[in-house]
Design a protein around this ligand. Structure first.
Ligand code: NDP
Length: 295
């Protein structure tokens, strides 16, 4: 897959849990892999499995035509890629940045790359490190389509599904932000529900089967909400916002009666109450998306 004979097929910069999984999957797929991490020593297991451990980021990127970078955020990406020696070594090569950050930071990275002769793709990983190299992994990509197609054979060594969302660089990060919005509010709900259930004498294990039931109804609800949001129609015949407000108030009261902070639910209830206050109490919950988007 490498076009430079004798070079690694791919370099991986950043050996946190995700970077190690990416490098491991490339090795499992039989690619020649060079790795580097800011803190030395994190490459030991990968080197034992056949990766080449570079002594510097510049040496690492010079070893391959494509470099995958996956670190905590784009400040860290900048700290790694923008020193002169690394930038010089990257000239004419490709960076695939799988680090999570904002759409603006993705666009900024692409502008920097364009200004320095570096070919740049941005991406987001939507599944945990343990899925990498398996069919369950989900990767989103954005940036020049021809560049994406050129490197797809290497990216596919990571397993899972790869979706190119468009040439606009910020697009993968924009999907990532919207999807993580769902994820982290759900995670906050899970943590809060466990605390409230425990205060009522219910163990996590007792709650889990019913919690899974709640999870199971969400895909159909999301599809319906998506149709409503796109169509601008928010029927509330079966579940008006007034009913949602009442349900959320019960959660707030029960939590606070146990001395458990209900800030997240108070915020959600507040949004719903504002919708009612603006005369939308009979509408469905998706009306809140429309209200939030008003300028
Ligand atoms: P972290 O997000 O904790 O990132 C750790 C990596 O960032 C290490 O390689 C660390 O180097 C490096 N780093 C941090 N600060 C700097 C810096 N200033 N300069 C250079 N390197 C730095 O762990 P993950 O590997 O889990 O995540 C990497 C990316 O993948 C993140 O953007 C995350 O959101 C995303 N992701 C992770 C998932 C997961 O399951 N782990 C799932 C989906 C996405 P050092 O060892 O030297 O500290």
């Amino acid at each position: 897959m490498s076009s430079h004979a004798g070079q690694s097929a791919v370099t991986v910069l950043g050996l946190g849990p995700m970077g190690r999984s990416l490098a491991g999957a490339f090795l499992d797929a039989g690619l020649r892999v060079t790795v580097w991490n800011r803190t030395p020593g994190r490459d030991r297991e990968l080197v034992a499995r056949g990766a080449a451990g570079a002594r510097s980021a510049a040496e690492a990127v010079a070893a391959s035509t494509v470099t995958v970078v996956c670190v905590v955020n784009n400040d860290a990406v900048d700290a790694i890629l923008r020193p002169e020696a690394v930038t010089a070594a990257l000239k004419g090569r490709t960076v695939v940045n799988l680090t999570a950050d904002t759409p603006d930071r993705a666009r900024d990275a692409a502008a920097w790359a364009a200004g320095h002769g570096v070919r740049y793709l941005d991406g987001a990983i939507m599944t945990p490190a343990a899925t990498i190299g398996t069919p369950a992994a989900v990767f989103l990509h954005s940036g020049p389509e021809a560049l994406y197609r050129e490197h797809l054979p290497v990216l596919e060594a990571l397993g899972g599904t790869h979706t190119h969302l468009g040439e606009e660089t910020g697009r993968a990060a924009a999907y990532d932000i919207a999807l993580l919005d769902i994820f982290w509010t759900a995670m906050a709900g899970c943590a809060h529900a466990l605390a409230v259930a425990r205060a009522e004498g219910i163990t996590g294990q007792e709650l889990a089967p019913f919690a899974k039931g709640i999870g199971d109804i969400l895909p159909a609800i999301f599809e319906e909400m998506a149709r409503e949001a796109d169509g601008g129609d928010f029927p509330g015949d079966d579940n008006p916002i007034t009913s949602a407000v009442s349900s959320m108030a019960h959660i707030v009261h029960t939590s606070e009666a146990h001395g458990i902070d209900a800030g997240v639910m108070r915020a959600a209830e507040g949004m719903a109450r504002r919708a009612v206050g603006r005369g939308h109490g009979a509408d469905g919950f998706t009306r809140i998306a429309e209200l939030l988007g008003r300028r």
